[in-house]
Ligand binder design. Structure first.
Ligand code: TYM
Length: 339
């Protein structure tokens, strides 16, 4: 079904606070790999319209958006090779989202687990935007006719909904216009867990900073957080099965594998019999070596906000060359006069 479409990757991230290791390993690092593989066009996006589905202080939102852009570049996204954009600067995302609001069904949206988690018991007080969030996400992807979307595991359900929206649009209007996008959820770290509780995912919303590694943490902080990460008194087993009921230990093995670009099996084999005290020391070294240069580069880029804004303006121009014709054709298919 996606055969007639240009191989194109799209993915997005919210500028709503600190970037953490889960964002880096689950998404950004893999985006860089896909960019450098050269097999697909790549479009990467800061989703500021999604961020305001819950309250954002305006000054903080602007800062977080630029900081996220700096983070993308520091992690290896090259604004010449990839199209790097801020969502609100490409109006076709929001315009297509309106069409999709009229395609998606209330029942579909109500079943989204992220909606249920975020709205909680007080759904009446949640914004309408939070409910419609996944339709905007579908628009982000489909406005570029993207064929592949690399994300962490927590976005899987939203990508299934994106496929449902594309299929319903194509069916209702009798066209084969939108691709049925493939989620790309691969590698050792598609779900990086909380450092203090291996049953919860690492997230920016956890009140304790010790539960996550932020991409802006300095070397000492990274090392301290890994040293203090919860583990158990048993040494590492000699095969992965030995970590089945040890979620915290398994998480550290996955993090090591993703940072060192190897497999969890290989990490366990190489460290069999080691106590976690020593394992964590070695892991901290690997993490600092990989992450500290990114934090330094982010800080350097943040000193020139004008340059960040120029990069985003150029990205928006390039993006609109792709998005404007898709929106035009969508409007024509739907029957809107004027095209
Ligand atoms: P967001 O901003 O919550 O997260 C950005 C990316 O980071 C991944 N991620 C994780 N991966 C592994 N372990 C974790 N603990 C972890 N935490 C976050 C997420 O899976 C995601 O890939 N709705 C999206 C943003 C979005 C989007 C899109 C994504 C908007 N439009 C279109 C793809 C395509 C979100 O809130 O991601």
């Amino acid at each position: 079904m996606t055969a007639k479409f240009t191989p194109r990757v799209f993915s997005g991230m919210q500028p709503s606070g600190d970037l953490h290791l889960g964002n880096y390993l689950g998404a950004m690092k893999r985006w860089v790999d896909m960019q450098n593989a050269g097999t697909h066009e790549t479009v990467y996006c800061m989703v500021d319209l999604h961020a305001i589905t819950v309250w954002q202080d305006p000054a903080a939102l602007a800062r977080s958006t630029r900081e996220l852009c700096a983070g993308f570049i520091a992690a290896g996204i090259d604004p010449e090779k990839s199209i790097l954009i801020n969502q609100s600067q490409v109006p076709e995302h929001a315009q297509l989202a309106w069409i999709f609001n009229c395609v998606a069904r209330m029942g579909w949206m109500g079943r989204m687990t992220q909606w249920k988690d975020k709205a909680g018991k007080n759904a009446e007080a949640a914004s309408l935007g939070l409910f419609a969030y996944p339709a905007l996400m579908a628009a982000d992807i489909l406005i570029y006719h993207a064929t592949h979307v690399p994300v962490g595991e927590d976005q899987k359900q939203h990508l299934e909904l994106t496929r449902d929206i594309a299929a319903k649009f194509n069916h209702d209007y009798g066209v084969d216009f939108f691709p049925i996008t493939e989620p790309v959820i691969e590698g050792a770290a598609t779900r990086v867990m909380n450092l203090r509780d291996g049953t919860k995912k690492m997230s920016k919303s956890d009140p304790s900073d010790m539960t996550r590694i932020n991409m802006t943490d300095d070397a000492d902080t990274i090392a301290r957080k890994i040293r203090k990460a919860k583990t158990d008194p048993d040494p590492l087993p000699d095969n992965l099965g030995g970590l089945d009921a040890r979620p915290e230990a398994r998480n550290l093995v996955n993090i090591w594998a993703a940072l060192a670009e190897t497999t969890p099996e290989a990490v366990v084999e190489a460290n069999a019999g080691k106590l976690f005290g020593y394992f964590k020391q070695d892991l901290a070294e690997i993490a600092v070596e990989k992450l500290a240069p990114i934090a330094d580069e982010m800080a350097r880029l943040m000193q020139d906000e004008g340059e960040i804004d120029r990069i985003l303006a150029r990205g928006a121009d390039r993006a609109r060359a792709l998005s404007a014709p898709v929106l035009e054709e969508t409007y024509r298919i739907v029957g809107m006069v004027g095209r």
